[in-house]
Structure formats: structure tokens, C-alpha cells
Design a protein around this ligand. Structure first.
Ligand code: DGL
Length: 267
């Protein structure tokens, strides 16, 4: 399976996939050279996602997980129509889970600028329940803080409080953490919103969808084997290993560097 994100955020999704599917093999690519994706035009992110999708397909993966909400917003229909392997994104599972969870039908969305502008959450939430009110807030400060040397600072908490304020004022009872980086600081969100607000994030739901897809297409590996996983980054492999270890909470062996030229050649 191929899994990708702009950085380490997608490791929240990979973690669930490794736990749910310990007999499958994974290759994870973090596009650190071009992080963050959030403030970039969707068109540009679509180009990155197409390069990475083609590159991963060349690695002989049997399925691709777009473990990045911004890339899912920007490129989902195109990736599915251009690649030959199935492509699973992170937005549809979250939209469904949020609609199921809300009791007062007021849902908040915290995400990158690109994801908010893309409007896919609104479409998908309304496809499940047109009566749900969705309040969206773009959070441009969060991804750089989470990818910094120490994400657990007062500055991070202050940023979360600022972004949470309009959602609290709107009285939402469910909040979608619509960026795969955000669950890495989940306790900060939960403390700011309180226990009565349900936080929805994609990792578990997405891993379940990957598992169902493999089973229905009858392409699962033998469950008695132990799968392998490896890492690629367009940035600094040592920095990736250090941060990745903390967030994946599983051993990280070698991390290889892949150049933007190699990705470009695959597209
Ligand atoms: N994890 C990406 C997402 O889910 C982060 C985006 C970014 O690089 O800004 O949107």
C-alpha cells in the first residue's frame, strides 16, 4: 500500500493501518520539501498529488491512501480517474462519521485554508444530511507548529483556543479535525473543547475502509505473515526519523530520500 502526506501528519493514518492490517506492506511518503500544502493554491497541490500518486504506483502498490485532507480536497477525483489502483482519501469517512455523531446538527470543521476553500466537506456532509450546519475555520498556524521541534507549547494551545472560539460560539457539538496533523495534538483540542464535544478524525475510519476494500477485491495478503513498512521523504531523512518515531509510536528503520525530480519524472 502507498500512503502519502505533505509531512508527518499522515502517520496518524498509517499508525491505524499498521495496527488494523499487520500482514500488509506499506510505503509512506512525506513531501517535506513542499510542506505546508495548506496555504498553496489547490491547483498546485493537485500537481504534487498527481506526481506522488504516479510515483507510488510505480512502486507496485496495490492501493493508495491519500493521508492528507488538503491533497484529498485538491486532487481526489483526478487521482481516482488517472491511476489504475484504487485510491482512498480521508474526507469522506470523516464527513460520514461527523453526521452520525452530531446530536444538535451543528458541526465544526478545523482544517487548512486549502481544505476549507475546496468545499468538499460541505458537499459530503450535506450528501449525508442536508440539514446539518457546518461551521468552518481555517487554521494556518497549526501545521508549522506541529512540525516544529516542540509542538506541545503555550503557543500551540493559544492558537487552538483562537481557532476554536468561533466554533464554541456557534454551539457545535461535533468537531472534525480535518487535517491529518491535528490528531497529533489531540489532547490540546479535547481540553479546549471539553468532553461534551465529539472530536472526529480520519485515521480509524480510513483504516477500516482500506481493510474492507482489500477484502472485497480479494487482494489481502496472507494473514499469517508479518508486513513490512518503509519511509520516503523529499526532505531530510534524519529529521523525518526523529519526528516520525515520536508520532508513529512504532519503530522507524531506514528513511530514504526521494528527489522532487524523481517524483516529477513519474508524472
Ligand atoms: N496533513 C495535511 C492535511 O491533512 C497537512 C497540510 C499541510 O501541509 O498544510 O491537510
Amino acid at each position: 500500500m502507498g500512503v502519502f502526506d505533505s509531512g508527518v501528519g499522515g502517520l496518524t493514518v498509517l499508525h491505524e493501518c499498521l495496527v488494523t492490517l499487520p500482514h500488509e506492506d506499506f510505503v509512506y511518503l512525506g513531501d517535506h520539501a513542499r510542506l505546508p500544502y495548506g496555504p498553496r493554491p489547490l491547483e498546485e497541490v493537485r500537481g504534487f498529488a498527481r506526481e506522488i500518486g504516479s510515483f507510488l504506483e510505480e512502486q507496485d502498490v496495490k492501493l493508495i491512501v491519500v493521508a492528507c485532507n488538503t491533497a484529498t480536497s485538491a486532487a481526489m477525483p483526478q487521482l481516482q480517474s488517472e491511476l489504475t489502483v484504487p485510491v482512498i482519501g480521508v474526507i469522506a469517512p470523516e464527513a460520514r462519521a461527523a453526521v452520525q455523531a452530531t446530536r444538535n446538527r451543528r458541526v465544526g470543521l478545523l482544517a487548512t485554508q486549502g481544505t476549507v476553500d475546496g468545499g468538499r466537506y460541505r458537499e459530503l456532509v450535506h450528501a449525508h444530511d442536508a440539514g446539518v450546519e457546518l461551521v468552518s475555520v481555517a487554521c494556518p498556524r497549526l501545521v508549522p507548529l506541529i512540525e516544529s521541534d516542540d509542538p506541545y507549547t503555550g503557543e500551540t494551545e493559544e492558537a487552538v483556543r483562537e481557532y476554536a472560539a468561533p466554533l464554541r460560539d456557534a454551539g457545535v457539538d461535533t468537531v472534525i479535525l480535518g487535517c491529518t496533523h491535528y490528531p497529533l495534538i489531540r489532547p490540546v483540542f479535547q481540553r479546549v473543547f471539553g468532553r461534551d464535544v465529539t472530536l472526529v478524525f480520519s485515521a480509524e475510519e480510513t483504516a477500516r475502509e482500506v481493510s474492507d476494500t482489500l477484502a472485497r477485491k480479494r487482494v489481502e495478503n496472507d494473514t499469517s505473515r508479518t508486513g513490512a513498512y518503509r519511509f520516503l521523504t523529499t526532505g531530510d531523512p534524519d529529521a523525518f526519523r526523529e519526528m516520525g518515531r515520536r508520532f508513529l509510536q512504532l519503530p522507524i528503520g531506514g528513511v530514504e530520500h526521494v528527489s522532487l525530480a524523481e517524483l516529477g519524472a513519474a508524472a
